[in-house]
Design a protein around this ligand. Sequence first.
Ligand code: NCD
Length: 363
Amino acid sequence: MKNLLNILDLSEKEIEELIATAEDIDANPDKYRDACKHKILATLFFEPSTRTRLSFETAMLSLGGGVVSVAGANTSSAAKGESVADTVEVVSGYVDIIAMRHPKEGAPYVAVRHSSVPVINAGDGGHYHPTQTLADMLTIYREKGGFENLKIGFCGDLKYGRTVHSLISAMSRYKGVEFVLISPEELKLPSFVKRDYIEEKGISYIESESLEDNIGSLDVLYMTRIQKERFGSEEEYERLKDSYILTEEKMRLAGKETIVLHPLPRVNEISVKVDDDPRACYFRQTVNGKLMRMALILKMLEKNKSSEKNDGAFQENTFVSDKYDCTNPHCICECEQELSRLFYKDKTGKVFCAYCEHEASEK
Ligand code: NCD
């Protein structure tokens, strides 16, 4: 693994190693104080962020490294129309590692093709957010002691919630895991996640619109924000925004050992009255995010010492074609016109966009 675009770029063993390193960093921070001395991280954030950007930056600073940052699309040449490809081509000449967040799905796949240094996906549109998954997994590990035989409920915006997509794909590799997918009809899990990470693997799951009916059976409840910025219309957002609110009363229906996670920011999904409940883990989760990002930066810079080539990150059977169109308006290929159109076929012969994984249509 040279780059981290999808959580599945890391094997289960590599995730275990990152967890062990994160625990050691937590116990012995002094040991790591100069571990990344003279190395520089660039955080290129073309979308708002508090936790992810600041935890990446404080992670690098705590490892003795330096940080340069683009915070917001308006503060860089992206505002003048510069492409992701050109931005990364330039920035990778200045730094040793890049963490990038972008509103378009698949943008980090473009970055990788133009970068001479490792690239970490810090969230690409409604697609993936692998380092949030690392934070989530350290939290589950610390609170539950492991990943097997857990019943995990995801509640809220499962359609646009990229943290949900990444955590489902990661957890689907463990024995005895079951999913409860709680959302309004309009915000159900997209087919690329359901097909590849749940149905293909024969994982047991149910879909439901009710939090109350399911909360009592869960080991982990993963609450999410309704992703306002990804909605086509304000009206639809207004209708769905308060679909689920976790209150003290609902927590009374949950098991004694049910833990509550949320990637944050919360808007109205969890009442502040739940914060003091020992089962509420979302603030501990943010600390775990910094520890895992420290472990990840260390590992990626260490690996990069070997002259491992930039492996391109795409599926093996990816091909260039002008016979197909990506049907996803949020895909990076919609705004970077010069990109080669890349696709792959699944076992049934259906064609998908290699950047965002949405089904393609024939021209
Ligand atoms: C999440 C994100 O950006 O996807 N936040 C985060 O990184 N901690 C969740 C969200 O914005 O709702």
